[in-house]
Design a protein around this ligand. Sequence first.
Ligand code: PNS
Length: 169
Amino acid sequence: MSTPKRVAIYPGSFDPLTSGHVDIIERGSRIFDSIIVAILVNVEKAPLFSESERVAIIREVFKDKPNVQVETFNGLLVDYAKRKQAHVIVRGLRAVSDFEYEFQMALMNRHLDPSLETVFMMPAEQYTYISSRLIKEVFTLGGEVTGLVPPLVEERLRDKAKGRRQKAQ
Ligand code: PNS
C-alpha cells in the first residue's frame, strides 16, 4: 500500500512574490511531497499584477522545482484545500505582529474544517521585514528593492513603471 502524498497549500495574494515568499516555498518544498502556491483571486482588491501575471512569475521562478505548483483559487480556502486533497496550510510568520491575524485565520479555518492543519514557517531573518505592500510602496517611490524580490519580479516592476510613464506621456 502506498503512503498518501503530503500536499500542502501556501495561499496568499503574492502581489508581488517577495524573497520571503520564495524562502518559505523552498522550505515547504523540502518538507512536503508537493506544495501548491495558491493565489487568491480577490475581486475587491485592485492588484498591481494580474492573476495571470502572478501565476507566470511564480511558475518561472520555480520552473526547476517540480513539486511546486502554482494555481489560483477563489472562495473559501478550506473548500479549495478539500478539492486539492491537501491537509496542510502553510503560512509564513515574520514577526509577532503577524501572529494575531494568522492565529485568527488558522482557528477559523480549523473551525470550518478540523482536518486541515495550519503550519507556520519562519523565513530567514533577512526577510522578516519584507512585505508585498512595502515592496510596492518603496519601488513606486523610487527605492531599491534588489534582493528583496526575485530578479524577475524586479524586472516586471520596472516594466510596469515604464508602461505607466509611457501612458502618462
Ligand atoms: O497574502 P495574504 O493576502 O495575507 O493571504 C490571505 C489569504 C489568501 C490566505 C486569505 O485571505 C484567504 O485564505 N482567503 C480565502 C477566503 C477564506 O477562506 N477566508 C477565510 C479564511 S479565515
